[in-house]
Design a binder for this molecule. Sequence first.
Ligand code: ZN
Length: 707
Amino acid sequence: MDAQELKQYLADAPPSVVRLEIEKHFEALSEKQKRYAHFISRASFYGSRIVARQISPESEPIFDFILALHKSSGGDWKALQAKAGISDEELGYFLQYAAQFLGNNGNYKSFGDAKFIPRGPESAFSALAATSPEAQKFYDATSGAIFSTDKPSLLHLGYPEQGHMTTYYPGSPDITKVEIDAVSAWMEKKGLLPENTRLVQKKDGSFEIWIASAITTIPVEGGDVGKETVFKIEDGILAGKTITLVYGDHSKELAGATASIKKAVENSDNENQRNMHSAYAKSFEKGSLLAFKASQRFWIRDIGPMVECNVGFIETYRDPAGIRAEWEGFAAVVNLERTRAFGALVEAAPTLIPHLPWEKDFEKDKFLSPDFTSLEVLTFAGSGIPVGINIPNYDDIRQTEGFKNVSLGNVMSAKAPDEKIPFIAEKDLEVYKRYRDGAFEVQVGLHELTGHGCGKLLQETSEGKFNFDKENPPISPLTGKPITTWYKPGQTWGSVFGSWAGSYEECRAELVAMYLSCEFPVLKIFGFGDGSIDIDGEAGDVLYASYLSMARAGLTSLEMWDPKSKKWGQAHSQARFSILKCFLEAGDDFCKLDYKGDDLADLKISLDRSKILTAGRKAVGDYLQKLHIFKSTADVETGTKFYADMTNVDPEYWGKKVRDEVLRNKQPRKVFVQANTYLDEATGKVTLKHYDATPEGMIQSWAERDV
Ligand code: ZN
């Protein structure tokens, strides 16, 4: 690999280390709730080693190597530097790598699944290792994998067959995708769920399914598929081969998680919480995913808790086969202020929705708000922290019992102290910085509650039965004529719009938010202005920041467009890009991109604040009206053609020139320093300890977490 190719794999210098602020919200909890949160945090963090183990064989020893150096130096990195005889720069590169490693819980990026390697020389790392026998032991155990790049395919997670990195199939370099799929099919037939498993192919061709559990033998009462552990595969390409169930994968960590979660049972606020944590305990102790599914059912019923959580093997993105899940656990505190604002927004929805650019024929008779809570994260154990979560992933539970949709406020609003803000003009920076969080809050509330919540699908609900007047069909505002298409019996939004549905719906929700944020009573709900139209006042500042943010998000979204395949990799990014285009095409000089030279250097967004309520809102309304009516009437042909056109990236201008400038200004992804909680056994009081937003603070937080 040449130096140019290698560059993209180098660790961020410096990484964007930010603190996950939680103190204010945590302090608002009762002592019992604090203990409850504490034990869930501990249970979650016990799985951190599982996460490392799920990423690469070297991740766990690297983790131990970093912690051993912290321990031997007592956190005095300058002293350690002197002892190792390395330069300031070399120590800096080590600390930066360590921060990015801990922030990703392993040496592959949680966003993008690519390996990252230190910028400094290998000699600096080995000099650091030589300062303590323990550090040396762990460094040796990494077998040079911190730096190795000789096999390029190993720099990405994926199937072993394609030479990629995965640890979901340990010690099975020759296992094929076909074999993995065949075992999956067998498991499905058997009713054995895969999320907490790993699959091993033995030398003799037989298989072992490792089940994550604290206990190391099958539970005496039997596992999820009974008391047997050895099975012969009867049909398919693996006919005649045996599969053995092996309990006790990640046993030590799950024993810790089980013990902690049992303490959460004791500090629960209600019966659902008690049942939920008892089910978690059973799942972690005995490796039962049926128990885990039970926990998720209780979780859905635990409505509006002060402390929200979820713990277990949850998301399946990183298993190349997409069925085995990474450990994830979080404890979060409800943001009461924001929850009140969201509640007021839901109450106001029936008066807001009639403002949208369609007649009531295209709207539900009664507004039903989707479940949505805004949380502040205390603890998030896993490879990366998302800004929102929508679980459980089990379709049978989602469809019949529901799901929860949460947004993680302090993750979204976290900022590095020296954060750069490209593309916002100097004159707008102050207002943008002051109001972007407020604007984002309004945007999120409107998007989730009114955006996804509004609209009616016109349907033939069953043969000959319609949820609209078939004889006098609604008049389309787009054509002025009666509508001619609708959903047929059995058809759903997803089944008709297929792979377009996700991004299209995100775009519709974003546009609803942009449109309704022009209503000043909405801004008042969030604490800005008195509800009267005042584009020059504080509410106007928030509205302006909101439009600027959307335009900026549209620009930076180009990172997510792949010039090779000419495709969008991310639904929201695709949507935001099209909204920027909509702004630019609004006319009346509403929005344009300013730049100096031909290479678009110093690219800035120019948006005329005085025209948001006129040209801006009109353009947004027109775009929204089209998306909405096509969706409502199942007009997939016109709808997808239109959306494809709006999200189309002209390869020369957008795909090359603008995208290059976006990439030039790309900021490193944030890594979060999280607080630790401590329980005083004598008094039952829990205290919170925060750390500096620096690589050293990040390492210290992990060292004191002691997992
Ligand atoms: Zn959405």
